[in-house]
Design a protein around this ligand. Structure first.
Ligand code: PRT
Length: 97
């Protein structure tokens, strides 16, 4: 089974960027965007559509790449909305049958 720690690592970097915005950081640029949370939500929407198209058209490399974009932008949007990813994990765990 693959190591899922990368999701936690990326989440930690997103927290770090939120607490200490830095000039060259893409995450900081999204979190401090003039559109506010809308920028982050737009990215989730865009990447979801791109993922759907790649999967629907059965293009494996693009499906992987767009899924990574979607997961990344979902994590950024969780941060932008003040949601703790730990609560999302708890919710998934509570749904286990
Ligand atoms: N996983 C990612 C990641 N995936 C995509 N991107 C960036 O997302 C940007 C958006 O690309 P798009 O083509 O979708 O969009 P665009 O039209 O160019 O830009 P916008 O729509 O966002 O304005 C690109 O600049 C990519 O580099 C990412 N930027 C950062 N990360 C992770 O976040 C960490 C922190 O990054 P920084 O905040 O840049 O230090 C990195 O170490 C990575 O782990």
């Amino acid at each position: 089974m693959r190591d899922w720690n990368i999701l936690e690592e990326v989440w930690q970097v997103i927290q770090e960027r939120a607490e200490h915005p830095s000039a060259g950081s893409y995450v900081s640029s999204v979190l401090t965007h003039r559109k506010g949370i809308d920028k982050s939500l737009e990215k989730v929407g865009e990447e979801a559509v791109e993922f759907i198209l790649a999967a629907k058209n059965q293009v494996p490399e693009r499906t992987v790449s767009e899924a990574a974009d979607l997961l990344f932008h979902l994590l950024v949007a969780l941060q932008a909305s003040g949601t703790d990813v730990g609560d999302v994990l708890d919710e998934l765990a509570a749904r286990r049958k």
